[in-house]
Design a protein around this ligand. Structure first.
Ligand SMILES: Nc1nc2c(c(=O)[nH]1)N[C@H]1C(S)=C(S)[C@@H](COP(=O)(O)OP(=O)(O)OC[C@H]3O[C@@H](n4cnc5c(=O)[nH]c(N)nc54)[C@H](O)[C@@H]3O)O[C@H]1N2
Ligand SMILES: Nc1nc2c(c(=O)[nH]1)N[C@H]1C(S)=C(S)[C@@H](COP(=O)(O)OP(=O)(O)OC[C@H]3O[C@@H](n4cnc5c(=O)[nH]c(N)nc54)[C@H](O)[C@@H]3O)O[C@H]1N2
Ligand code: SF4
Ligand SMILES: [Mo]
Length: 726
């Protein structure tokens, strides 16, 4: 078991600093010190929240060199002056007990020793060079959760090494959606919630899978009378703002959409001019939809046929100011086997409504463009020629997946097959967030070299040969990003808390230098940042003072679709060419097998937690424990049949795992579904908070890859639930 071993030198240095501070100025007693500390001014420093992908703009209020509190930036379009509970709690990561304070080397199971940066860089570089020599760059991969700084630095290092396998977290998030839109409309449009008259949310939960602006937007639309339909097997908190909750059998939204298209066509409610001008394959599509009557869909979805008709007519009669919201993870981003075709249908139904580019319909973003480093002055490494080790873009493997996303959860399996030999993880905890943790841990440990760069201990970090500790967001300045019609940037609010942690640009440059690749990093982070904001007429000093700076929105672009045909592909040629149905057809979810006594195990976000990160936060964990929020939801009638009462301890079982948890017995869930909130069930032994509390749906799900978009099918699992002995 690892215990921090501080070299004597560090201890002496720290003692000397404290002594100097105490002896300074007019402080003679503890009372003096307290009065002075209390009277110290508070300064506000602009930063960005790192606790979820909304990356809200925040002000960090600093007193005596420590974080005092945070508030939301008004000019930032995600926060609009507010932060959620996770944002308020998340900034305290700087002082968290689970911080990794030194570079670490694993010397056994759950056994690490702190090492110097120089030793870490030298040993990683030597092992990587051996892998490159023996196996080539095609067996090296990098997985991350893309944010502005890491999206620049790590892919550049990987390219310098020759590896093309750069992966984001999307195969366990939204990749079915993203791949479906890529091939259908050429990219994702978003619902114009402020102006729509009739909108259907398929699971997507703005109130719990939230950013302050999306939750506020939904509340405002509801207040002014917009018809909001929420389709979800569970009465989620989004139903607070719903005109109607439509419970659905898990994994069957595709059937609902096929029937909606059928009705729009047979009842002549679709936009013929739009379809003629902007769509290809309508005749095949129309033929394909003919069999999907509302009665057929009702039997599949458990939604009354008249409700399906009412939804289709509500959409058709209000077009073009009506839409199916674009979705995210729920219900099909990476959850069900039919997810990619389901999102193709979301795009196709919106096309039938002719709502693209229309007020109240689906609009494509038009963000200001950031600049980049002068390539003549700072030559970039050549684009890698090596094949990817996740099969993405390769005929016969995963030809239609997004190269920018890859298949992150597959790498441990590839390692066990000898198809991957060295891996780097940044800001992602795949071992807890993807299905089948036992396999993930075994696979990562089978690599010749596995390096994790994180701020805190995690299940994935526990598998690493080397851990590179980054300083936390409050302690660093990062590269700028565009948000709405503005530029924003995180600046360093406090000094580095643990002297042996570093910001990412230094870490990557250090590694590059030990690999002999320093020529690709002969610039400072400021050089990159300044080049990014220059074309928008913004300076780094502006950003350091204001955090978020409005810029001129680019002129509106005429409607266009970046597909192969330059039209919306109701019939998708690329799907046909690769052996997938070119017009969506009904495919039952694997979990359709859920029967009278079993459940499809579904999951989703809670407003106060973010993935695995937040349950180890002491304040947020205390909220969860105080209100018993880790519970498994099951339907009241079914619970009665199974002899289970609210608050009982139950055993949840799939062929993969058995776990115990308390139940919430409720009318708010379809009888075929059992719901477990996301982010619980942490098992990394070094964590001091939240470990072992609650359970994770991922334990029950086998490791699989959906063939079209490469996602993890994270709700394709049937479980039994029975009362457990105390
Ligand atoms: N059961 C279940 N599983 C799910 C989901 C679910 O709803 N239910 N949701 C899925 C979804 S939508 C997603 S997007 C994924 C998310 O999966 P991940 O991207 O893995 O998300 P996190 O759990 O937040 O883990 C992020 C890691 O980054 C680290 N980190 C945080 N800030 C920093 C930083 O500034 N620098 C560095 N270097 N590291 C940092 C954290 O300590 C943590 O270890 O999970 C998926 N998995
Ligand atoms: N508080 C909080 N907010 C977050 C995050 C977070 O971790 N915490 N993470 C961010 C990220 S990375 C993402 S991807 C988004 C995700 O945002 P959403 O896509 O809104 O995410 P989830 O909560 O994963 O959605 C799960 C919902 O889908 C429902 N569902 C399950 N099966 C089905 C089905 O078959 N049909 C239908 N119609 N619904 C179904 C569940 O009951 C649940 O309400 O949230 C973002 N915002
Ligand atoms: S929504 Fe909450 S957690 Fe996400 S970035 Fe904003 S404040 Fe942070
Ligand atoms: Mo996500």
């Amino acid at each position: 078991m690892w215990a921090p071993k501080f070299p004597r030198r560090t201890f002496l240095k720290a003692t000397a600093v404290t002594a100097a501070a105490v002896g300074a100025g007019d402080i003679l007693s503890f009372g003096d010190w307290l009065r002075k500390a209390d009277a110290a001014p508070v300064t506000k420093i602009p930063s960005l929240c790192e606790t979820c992908s909304a990356a809200c703009g925040m002000w960090v209020h600093v007193k005596n060199g420590r974080i005092w509190k945070v508030t939301g930036q008004k000019d930032h379009s995600q926060s609009r002056g507010q932060l959620c509970a996770r944002g308020h709690a998340g900034i305290a990561m700087a002082y968290h007990k689970d911080r990794i304070t030194h570079p670490m080397k694993r010397i056994g199971d759950n056994d690490f020793v702190p090492i110097s940066w120089d030793q870490a860089y030298s040993e990683i570089a030597a092992k990587l060079q051996t892998v490159l020599k023996e196996h080539g760059p095609e067996k090296v991969f990098f997985s991350h959760n893309p944010r502005p700084t890491n999206s620049f630095y790590w892919p550049r290092l990987m390219a310098a090494v020759g590896s093309a396998t750069i992966q984001s977290h999307h195969s366990i998030c939204s990749t079915a959606r993203d791949v479906a839109y890529k091939w259908t409309t050429g990219g994702m449009a978003t619902a114009d919630l402020g102006k729509t008259k009739y909108i259907v949310f398929l699971g997507r939960n703005y109130v719990e899978g939230l950013s302050p602006s999306s939750a506020a937007g939904m509340a405002a639309a509801y207040a002014k009378g917009t018809t909001i339909i929420v389709v979800d097997p569970r009465h989620s908190n989004a139903c607070l703002f719903a005109s109607e909750w439509v419970p659905i059998r898990p994994g069957t939204d595709l059937a609902l959409l096929l029937a909606v298209a059928n009705i729009l066509i047979t009842e002549n409610l679709y936009d013929k001019e739009f379809v003629a001008e902007w769509c290809v394959g309508f005749d095949e599509f129309k033929k394909g939809m003919a069999a999907y009557t509302p009665e057929w869909a009702s039997a599949v979805t458990d939604i009354p046929a008249d409700t399906i008709r009412a939804i289709a007519r509500g959409l058709g009669n209000n077009r073009p100011a009506s839409c199916i919201e674009q979705g995210y993870k729920a219900p099909n981003g990476c959850n069900y086997a039919n997810g990619t075709q389901m999102f193709r249908m979301v795009a196709c139904v919106n096309a039938l409504l002719g709502n693209y580019g229309q007020d109240g319909g689906m609009k494509f973003g038009n963000a200001p463009r950031l600049g980049s480093l002068d390539a003549k002055q700072y030559p970039a490494p050549p684009k890698p020629k090596a094949a990817r080790c996740d099969g993405v873009g390769i005929k016969g493997e995963y030809p239609l997946c997004q190269a920018s996303q890859g298949i992150v959860h597959m790498m441990p399996q590839r390692a066990l097959e000898g198809k991957a030999k060295a891996g780097f993880l940044y800001r992602i905890n795949v071992a807890r967030n993807a299905p089948d943790p036992a396999l993930l841990v075994k696979g990562y440990k089978a690599l010749d070299l596995f390096v994790v760069c994180d701020v805190k201990w995690s299940e994935s970090a526990m598998c690493a040969h080397y851990i590179l500790p980054e300083c936390s967001p409050a302690e660093r300045e990062d590269l700028p990003a565009v948000v709405g019609a503005a530029v924003t940037m995180r600046t360093a609010a406090i000094d580095i808390v643990h002297s042996e942690t570093k910001p990412l640009p230094e870490i990557v440059a250090g590694l590059a230098a030990h690999l002999g690749l320093e020529k690709y990093f002969a610039f400072s982070r400021e050089d990159v940042a300044a080049a990014m904001v220059k074309p928008l007429g913004v300076t780094l000093d502006d950003l350091r003072a204001k955090g978020t700076v409005k810029v001129k929105a680019p002129a509106a672009k005429p409607l266009s679709f970046a597909t192969q045909s330059k039209k919306i592909e109701l019939y998708c040629q690329a799907f046909a060419d690769n052996g997938f149905p070119p017009v969506p057809v009904w495919e039952p979810p694997y979990s359709a097998a859920a029967g009278k006594d079993s459940f499809v195990l579904i999951h989703g976000k809670q407003g106060f937690l973010s993935h695995t990160t937040s349950i180890s936060d002491p304040y947020l964990c205390a909220i969860a424990k105080r209100y018993g929020l880790e519970r498994l939801w099951i339907n009241a009638a079914k619970a009665k049949k199974l002899g289970i009462r609210d608050g009982d301890l139950v055993e949840v079982a799939s062929p993969q795992a058995k776990r115990r948890v308390r139940v919430k017995v409720t009318e708010r869930i379809h009888p075929d579904a059992a719901y477990i909130p996301a982010g619980y069930g942490r098992f990394a032994p070094f964590l001091k908070t939240g470990v072992g509390y609650g359970i994770s749906a991922n334990d029950f799900v086998p490791a699989r890859v959906e063939p079209i978009s490469g996602h993890a099918m994270m709700m394709e699992v049937v479980v039994t639930v029975r009362k457990a002995g105390e």
